[in-house]
Write a protein that binds this ligand. Structure first.
Ligand code: FAD
Length: 283
């Protein structure tokens, strides 16, 4: 199938992009790597009067180490982040999670910020951003603002981003030295979207952070499970995370199965993260 006809706009600056997004607000859509948007257009599951291709805006392609967080610009591809020495050093859970995102050809083109803006509840990166308490930077006609992950993701493919806003940067908090981390996922085949996925960071202060995808309409942090995990009760952590989940049944799995998998994967991710943390401490 072919997409419905659309106008194709190629702004050269962020200001130009925001100007056209705001001029056609609601009827214009940002095109980044196209790995989610183009299939939706081709299947005619969505259509827009204008596509605003941001690929010609050079200052959006960066990976930067900032005070306390790793900044990923809107045009940084999955693959560059996966191979980035800075990401490996400052937030190694990010390259680890990226290995579960599609296949290398998809990661070559798809962007980290595109994955976040797309807000698929089964996607890995929104769960990771949520687990770490990260944020996104949005620029629109009324200025620039920073939104925490937990206020940004609103529902299935729905975010707090306004139609005239560009997601210019995702901020992943750095993992302090001595942290342990793990990303665990269940998918039918490697590279498929997760049935359920769990991001876990075990921090040097003894706290544990978790983010779950595939078990709710948004990625979420199971807070009671984090407390149980920090106390070393892994089974209870799994049970509490499953109790906090609210999955739907679909073609891939029943709600009951997803909930059972949340329990198992939380247990496994926490165990793996704590083992790595211990290994780091022994140095
Ligand atoms: C076969 C296949 C398997 C896949 N498997 C997985 C998987 O396992 N896990 C996973 O997470 N993803 C998976 N994906 C999706 C892939 O990761 C996409 O690259 C990603 O979801 C979107 O990034 P993109 O840059 O391609 O965005 P696009 O497709 O260009 O855009 C996606 C959406 O985000 C919006 N958007 C993008 N960038 C911005 C921005 N800077 N500001 C505002 N809005 C923006 C667009 O308007 C659009 O609504 C898969 C895709 C395919 C084709």
């Amino acid at each position: 199938m072919k997409p419905a006809a659309f106008g194709y706009l190629t702004p050269r600056t962020r200001e130009e992009a925001i100007e056209v997004l705001s001029r056609y607000a609601g009827d214009a859509k940002v095109l980044a790597g196209g790995q989610s948007l183009v299939p939706l257009l081709n299947f005619r599951l969505t259509s827009f009067r204008y596509l605003v291709d941001i690929n010609r805006i050079p200052d959006l392609d960066y990976i930067r180490s900032e005070q306390g967080y790793l900044a990923i610009g809107a045009l940084a591809r999955h693959r560059s982040v996966e191979q980035s020495a800075e990401a490996a050093r400052e937030c190694p859970l990010l390259p680890e999670a990226l290995q579960f995102v599609g296949h290398p050809v998809i990661r070559q083109r798809g962007t980290v910020c595109g994955s976040i803006a797309h807000a698929d509840p089964s996607a890995e990166l929104p769960a990771l951003l949520t687990a770490l308490g990260g944020s996104v930077v949005l620029e629109g006609s009324s200025g620039r603002r920073v939104a925490d992950a937990e206020e940004y993701f609103l529902g299935y493919l729905m975010t707090a981003q306004q139609p005239d806003e560009l997601l210019v940067e995702a901020r992943f908090p750095k993992l302090p030295n001595g942290s342990g981390f793990a990303f665990e996922e269940l998918a039918r085949r490697h590279g498929d979207f997760a049935i359920v996925g769990v991001a876990c960071a075990a921090l040097p202060d003894g706290s544990v952070r978790l983010g779950v995808c595939g078990a709710n309409s948004v990625p979420f942090r199971p807070l009671k499970a984090e407390t149980a995990a920090a106390q070393g009760d892994l089974q209870e952590a799994g049970r509490l995370a499953a109790a906090d989940s609210d999955p739907d049944s679909d073609l891939h799995a029943t709600a009951e199965y997803r909930r059972a998998m949340v329990s198992k994967l939380v247990e496994r991710a926490v165990r793996h993260a704590l083992e790595r943390k211990e290994g780091n401490a022994r140095g």
